[in-house]
Design a protein around this ligand. Structure first.
Ligand SMILES: [Zn+2]
Ligand SMILES: [Zn+2]
Length: 141
């Protein structure tokens, strides 16, 4: 995606979620659109470098984006949540993530879908399904 397209898309997403196009919200969303893989809060701050908003702001913005459903917590790695855009997911299901036990990288399986869980125990209420797969990636296998 071109830089102008990314910035356009970021503003569209903010508007569609009824959020203001503030500098920090645009920066964080642009970063997630640009890399198109899950990033932790610290990775966002690091890759934004000098232009990054402070930690507390990034934390607040990510929380707000999650609440509005424009990003998801994709998975936990080294005790840090990795966040990614929700536009590759449906309302009930995120694409699965594949963690390589060789190199430790995690990949988005954007074209893989699993059937939704059935026969939940009585009293359990289903919200979303997120699946994590372990194995070896194409480089390590
Ligand atoms: Zn690997
Ligand atoms: Zn993903």
């Amino acid at each position: 995606m071109k830089k102008s397209d990314i910035s356009h898309k970021a503003k569209d997403l903010l508007r569609s979620a009824n959020l203001n196009c503030t500098r920090s919200q645009i920066l964080i969303l642009e970063k997630l659109l640009q890399v198109s893989r899950p990033l932790s809060r610290d990775e966002i701050i690091k890759t934004l470098g000098k232009s990054s908003p402070d930690q507390a702001t990034v934390y607040r913005v990510l929380k707000r984006f999650c609440e509005k459903g424009i990003i998801h917590k994709a998975y936990l790695q080294s005790r840090a949540w990795k966040y990614e855009l929700a536009h590759n997911c449906t309302e009930t299901q995120c694409h699965p993530h594949f963690t390589c036990t060789g190199c430790g990288k995690t990949f988005c399986l954007k074209n893989s879908f699993l059937p939704l869980i059935k026969n939940l125990e009585k009293g359990f209420v289903f919200h979303r399904q997120q699946v994590r797969v372990e194995g070896l990636c194409s480089m390590c296998s």
